[in-house]
Design a protein. Structure first.
Lengths: 114, 112
């Protein structure tokens, strides 16, 4: 079982549409990170959120950390084909899981068609 | 900036063979990790290291071994390869202070 559950598993949308990806857990995290992975490459860090209720924006991407630090969401406005990729959330449980280890969700595959 | 470099990119092994996946980083990160990625399963931690000479098991260590003789290098050894080890392997490093991981581009391993 995954400590972090991501939904949906797959999302296919048209260019210009909006989308939201969710990352949920019953555990509390000291921080949560979002990565994007393209075929044949390793994941690339997009953002880290550390404070409950925190909202961070990266151009058309908006990341939110839940008030209780158990969940997060990624919202993409006016998606473009370049947003296509596997989006992974990863949580750091701090002292519960020392040595800076991250727990990863299974990922959400996003496909944006022109 | 090379970041994290993994070799080889692809490899096919026969059952029972052994091999070493190489990983090196040039960011002077103390923390290094090996993950395997299987479709729909996310990233599973195999082994990790918090500095030269210090390693520990992750979630799925069976069939693998690691060493960390320098800060830069963290090779992963597969002994007696099995079909269950067919996967994509990623090496990553971090400063261990919440700054995020830097991943290599992966090694796609097939055991036949």
């Amino acid at each position: 079982t995954q400590l972090l559950e991501q939904s949906p598993q797959f999302l296919s949308i048209q260019e210009g549409e909006n989308l939201t990806v969710y990352c949920n857990s019953s555990s509390v995290f000291s921080s949560l990170q979002w990565y994007r992975q393209e075929p044949g490459e390793g994941p690339v860090l997009l953002v880290t959120v550390v404070t409950g209720g925190e909202v961070k924006k990266l151009k058309r991407l908006t990341f939110q950390f839940g008030d209780a630090r158990k969940d997060s969401s990624l919202h993409i406005t006016a998606a473009q084909p370049g947003d296509t990729g596997l989006y992974l959330c990863a949580g750091d449980r701090g002292l519960l899981d020392s040595w800076g280890k991250l727990q990863f969700g299974a990922g959400t595959q996003v496909v944006v068609t022109p | 900036n090379a970041g994290v470099t993994q070799t080889p990119k692809f490899r096919i092994l026969k059952i029972g063979q052994s091999m070493t996946l190489q990983c090196t980083q040039d960011m002077n990160h103390n923390y290094m990790y090996w993950y395997r990625q299987d479709p729909g399963m996310g990233l599973k931690l195999i082994y990790y290291s918090v500095g030269a000479g210090i390693t520990d098991k992750g979630e799925v260590p069976n069939g693998y071994n690691v060493s960390r003789s320098t800060t830069e290098d963290f090779p992963l050894r597969l002994e007696l390869a099995a079909p269950s080890q067919t996967s994509v392997y990623f090496c990553a490093s971090s400063n261990g202070q919440g700054g995020g991981y830097t991943f290599g581009s992966g090694t796609r391993l097939t055991v036949v």
